[in-house]
Design a protein around this ligand. Structure first.
Ligand SMILES: NC(=O)c1ccc[n+]([C@@H]2O[C@H](COP(=O)([O-])OP(=O)(O)OC[C@H]3O[C@@H](n4cnc5c(N)ncnc54)[C@H](OP(=O)(O)O)[C@@H]3O)[C@@H](O)[C@H]2O)c1
Length: 388
């Protein structure tokens, strides 16, 4: 497909007749019937925009609370019926649990959640919600000062005293091993492991072990951590492992010839590669864990106002601020992670990719079983483990 927009919005049928409207979003066709012409003129602005940009734009639009409000307001009108149909998946529940957006009262008393990068952004809001549900929470942070401040805030806000911070630097396999040893010695169970921490589009740098930073932290660090904690997680089953990926996986490919981007570095491609690796890891791990009572999920949280963009240049950051109404708050951004952690209907599901509290398709590259196997083997070699 060349430009995206001609497939984005197409009306069939003449004036006064029933019209069929076909909208394609992220490769999925949606067809809605309406008796009335719908003014989606702003959408046609996308005509001149390249496919990827348009897909992301529509996906961002779909995830906005203000659109939900507009839709609800329009709900009683005929135009509204169509708009509501189209945007029906975009509601952002204040407490995630079900694809319908209904809030959930699911409790996690007696359960333990381990979450990486819980001192800020999506991780902190995920921890806050799960703490309010009664779980014991361990946030794994590289900066103990920030981690301790986050624990204080989370305890005060949730009234749950069972929240602790432990030191983990995912950019250093020695730190990952020390952290895992402490958890394996000190904790009786891990019911929910959320691999959330991440770094995006940083200048070229390497981890302590010589891995490109984004691939090293986002993928290899969590790969090794999961391996080291897996026996404990299995003993705690039913248990869940959640890998926070991104729609940016669609911009990446696994460059087996140069995983560490030593020959050439594009910060966005390296981020895309690491997020693609999160999904491939999820799928392969889910297969290996079949029958163990441990299920695995990956997800895109949405475009969320967090500190993730700290390495982006000033102009890009300024434009994000300008278009802040197209992005989610950290609380909204945490909902799909929470959904994957608690939703009862996911108990029998494993290996799938989620967005806006619903299962969605990932890219073809992310569904390639051969790539997933190869990445698994290469990752084992890189971090020095034998994980069959
Ligand atoms: N925000 C978005 O729009 C968006 C979109 C798609 C996917 N995601 C994904 O969502 C996840 C959470 O991101 P966020 O938006 O909440 O970003 P954030 O606010 O920057 O939080 C990232 C967290 O990861 C931690 N971290 C970074 N490097 C680490 C390391 N070497 N060891 C341990 N922890 C490390 C950070 O710790 P410090 O505070 O010490 O730096 C921080 O706690 C990431 O995996 C990201 O790729 C976010």
């Amino acid at each position: 497909m060349g430009t995206f927009a001609k497939y984005l919005y197409k009306e069939e049928g003449g004036k006064g007749k029933k019209k069929r409207v076909i909208i394609v979003n992220q490769g999925n066709k949606k067809t809605c019937e309406t008796d009335h012409r719908i003014n989606l003129a702003p959408v046609t602005v996308l005509l001149s925009i390249q496919e990827k940009v348009a897909v992301n734009f529509v996906s961002m639009l779909k995830s906005q609370r203000w659109i939900t409000v507009v839709i609800q307001t329009l709900g009683s009108t005929e135009k509204g019926t169509f708009v509501r149909k189209y945007f029906s998946e975009c509601s952002i529940p204040s407490k995630a649990s079900s694809p319908t957006g209904r809030s959930s009262d699911i409790r996690l008393d007696g359960k333990t959640v381990l979450l990486t990068g819980g001192n800020t952004g999506i991780g902190k809001e995920t921890a806050r919600d799960l703490a309010k549900r009664g779980a014991r929470i361990i946030i794994a942070c590289r900066d103990m000062e920030k981690g301790t401040a986050a624990v204080k805030e989370l305890v005060e806000d949730s009234g749950n005293e069972s929240i602790i911070v432990k030191k983990l630097d995912l950019a250093d396999t020695k730190s990952i091993r020390e952290f895992a040893a402490q958890i394996n010695d000190g904790e009786e169970q891990i019911n929910i492991l959320i691999n959330n921490a991440g770094v995006m589009m940083c200048p070229y740098s390497k981890t302590a072990d010589g891995f490109e930073m984004q691939f090293g932290v986002n993928h290899l660090g969590h790969f090794l951590l999961t391996y080291l904690l897996l026996d404990l997680v299995k003993r705690s089953s039913p248990a869940r492992i959640i890998n926070v990926s991104s729609t940016a996986h669609k911009m990446g490919s696994i460059n087996f010839k140069d995983l560490n981007s030593e020959q050439s570095y594009s910060s966005i491609k390296a981020y895309g590669q690491s997020k693609l690796a999160n999904i491939l890891f999820t799928k392969e791990l889910a297969k290996k864990l079949e029958g163990t009572g441990v299920t695995v999920y990956s997800l895109h949280p949405g475009a969320v106002r967090t500190e993730l963009g700290r390495h982006l240049n000033v102009v890009i950051r300024a434009s994000f601020k300008l278009f802040h109404f197209f992005t989610k708050s950290p609380t909204e951004g945490a909902q799909t992670s929470i959904y994957c952690a608690v939703a009862p209907e996911l108990e029998t599901k494993t290996g799938q990719y989620y967005s806006d509290c619903a299962q969605v398709d990932c890219s073809r590259a992310a569904s390639n079983e051969e790539t997933a196997k190869k990445l698994w083997d290469v990752s084992c070699k890189m971090v020095g483990i034998d994980w069959q």
